[in-house]
Design a protein around this ligand. Structure first.
Ligand code: DHK
Length: 149
């Protein structure tokens, strides 16, 4: 059975500033460049790519993914560490979830080291820089296709 449902690529607060934001940590790749990378990596798989600085909007997109999506790739950014609403929404999602961080959060200040999202994610990628998005998309699609086989 082929699964043609979209993957949801969701980005949290401040990621709209990538390219200018602390380039020594996040690099100089912009979110638009990351979106193009993701769409190329997804090939024929439909992609819904979003970014928001608002917790409720991220939760609403997770609800959309629950109803229509095959998988979620999420960089929750600062909402990784304290957002119970986001965690509760992700718990409802039945497909694979890949959590992504551009930086290695485990090598940073303590406030960044314990992600609530990691307690429900299928997999976590951290520290690969923006290139991690491309790897994450490929892995997410492979996991979706394995489940559909
Ligand atoms: C992005 C952020 O905005 C931070 O709040 C996280 C994450 C790290 C990243 O590395 O992509 O701590």
């Amino acid at each position: 059975m082929t699964d043609s449902r979209p993957i949801f690529i969701l980005n949290g607060p401040n990621l709209n500033r990538l390219g200018m934001r602390e380039p020594e940590i996040y690099g100089r790749t912009t979110l638009a460049e990351i979106e193009a990378m993701c769409r190329k990596a997804a090939a024929a798989r439909p992609v819904r790519f979003h970014q928001t600085n608002a917790e409720h909007q991220l939760v609403d997109w997770v609800h959309e993914a629950i109803d229509e999506g095959a998988g979620i790739l999420i960089n929750p950014a600062g909402l990784s560490f304290r957002s119970i609403p986001l965690l509760d929404a992700l718990k409802m999602f039945r497909g694979p979830i890949v959590e992504l961080h551009i930086s290695n959060i485990h090598r940073r200040e303590e406030i960044y080291q314990k992600s609530l999202v990691s307690t429900v994610a299928t997999a976590v990628i951290a520290g690969l820089g923006a290139r991690g998005y491309g790897f994450a998309v490929k892995a997410l699609i492979e996991m979706i296709e394995e489940r559909a086989a």
